[in-house]
Design a protein around this ligand. Structure first.
Ligand code: NIG
Ligand code: FE
Length: 411
């Protein structure tokens, strides 16, 4: 009999499978990214906010104390999913723009005409902090229902002091890992990017650095060039923030070498990355965060995932949830896209949105695996084979989501 701890325990029993990356290493790269351990006829035992044990049913002793049981027959369990790149703090929507794009307008044209990101900036500035908190809570609820138990989310739709700081507070209030995307676009009250950065670094960064864990910049024509990104990121690093970049989404402008030079945690998108960028990432500690839902939503080429993994680069997968380029909160759908469009195996996809995504967020020691001592975050899918997570395209696969040892969502 396992000694009864003081905390309430949650037992998910009689599972057809439990799947997780073995070991403790992060990030996983090369052939290690394919490595998963699958235990059949298994259980997951949570004690309070942590996992106490994972194993075969036949090895489960008698349990006393305060115990809640979940019937896992016919189901597979895996670590709670980690979405390491979202823009969940915004007001309004871009449904009208979506219609225009379907009719032939490009994302870059809409952006250059003052629509796109700047139209969401107008709605977000007008919303007020309480409405932003509510919006993040709503978006967070959508993600949870698709198995996301840890989410990073960026500011970047305020671009003034008040709204950027309100956005970061709204993210923290909803337990999202907050990133200051202070360099997302140049707002209309500034004539140029340098003038805007003078303001952002002097007036917003000191307080943003107290609220955020990381900083992010959009390196692209019409947003920020490499020199401006270097200045922004260096100042953010000096304030203790981890560094991330939106790079090579439309044009390969040098975001990858800059990320490597500055020791950034990640460079995200990479749809336009060529062989040189692949080689540079493979020889570095920078994680390439792949966002296939965004490429799909904008009708863009997919990032060179297979080349990156085969060259030994560390990659993660995320939704990029936002109102313009990826109105998609589903990591299971992203795993389907990874398997069908990026030529990643289901194993690689799972590790990319658990272990490696947790590493991007500096949390790989606590989340992303189902093993004793990790956070009790767990997804149970309604299928006996865990690969249905990616296999069931757009499917309603999630049966139950456990977060911090509590049932947070159940079918
Ligand atoms: O990651 N490319 C820049 N930022 C977001 C899109 C933001 C928006 O369109 O509102 C992205 O795709
Ligand atoms: Fe993004």
């Amino acid at each position: 009999m396992i000694d009864a701890p003081a905390e309430r325990r949650l037992l998910i029993r009689d599972l057809a499978q439990v799947v997780t990356a073995p070991g403790t290493a992060a990030p996983l790269r090369g052939s290690d990214l394919r490595d998963v351990s699958v235990v059949e006829d298994a259980f997951v035992l949570c004690a309070g906010p942590s996992i106490e044990a994972v194993g075969r049913m036949r090895d489960l002793g008698r349990l006393g104390g305060d115990l809640v049981e979940v019937d896992g027959r016919g189901c597979a369990a895996m670590p709670g999913l980690v979405d390491c790149h979202t823009h969940a703090c915004f007001a309004g929507d871009r449904a009208a723009e979506f219609g225009l794009r379907a009719g032939g307008a490009s994302y870059e044209e809409l952006h250059a005409a003052g629509g796109g990101i700047l139209s969401t900036v107008r709605a977000t500035r007008a919303a007020g902090e309480e409405a932003l908190r509510d919006a993040v809570r709503r978006h967070r609820g959508w993600m949870l229902r698709f198995g996301t138990t840890t989410v990073e989310a960026k500011s970047g739709y305020g671009l003034d002091r008040e709204t950027e700081l309100a956005s970061l507070r709204a993210l923290r209030a909803n337990a999202a890992v907050p990133t200051w995307l202070g360099a997302h676009a140049v707002p209309p009250e500034f004539d140029d990017a340098d003038g805007y950065l003078d303001f952002a670094l002097a007036e917003v960064l000191p307080e943003a650095a107290r609220l955020a864990e990381a900083a992010d910049v959009f390196v692209e024509h019409g947003a920020f060039d490499v020199e401006q990104a270097r200045r922004y990121l260096t100042a953010c690093r000096d304030h203790g923030l981890r560094l991330r970049l939106h790079g090579d989404q439309f044009n390969e402008l040098g975001a990858v070498p800059l990320a490597v030079e500055l020791g950034a945690r990640s460079v995200d998108h990479l749809e336009a990355t060529t062989d040189e960028g692949v080689r540079a990432l493979a020889g570095s500690d920078v994680v390439g965060v792949l966002l296939p839902a965004s490429a799909l939503f904008l009708g863009r080429p997919m990032p060179p995932a297979r080349a990156l993994v085969d060259a030994g680069a560390a990659v993660a997968l995320a939704t990029d949830f936002n109102p313009g380029s990826a109105y998609c909160e589903s990591l299971p759908l992203v795993c389907s896209l990874a398997a069908t469009q990026l030529r990643m195996t289901p194993e690689e996809a799972l590790n990319a949105c658990t272990v490696n995504a947790a590493h991007v967020l500096g949390r790989a020691e606590r989340v992303g695996r189902l093993a004793a001592g990790y956070a009790a975050d767990c997804v149970v899918i309604d299928a006996p084979d865990w690969r249905h997570l990616a296999y069931h395209l757009g499917g309603d696969v999630i049966g139950c989501v456990v977060q911090g040892g509590e049932i947070a969502w159940q079918r």
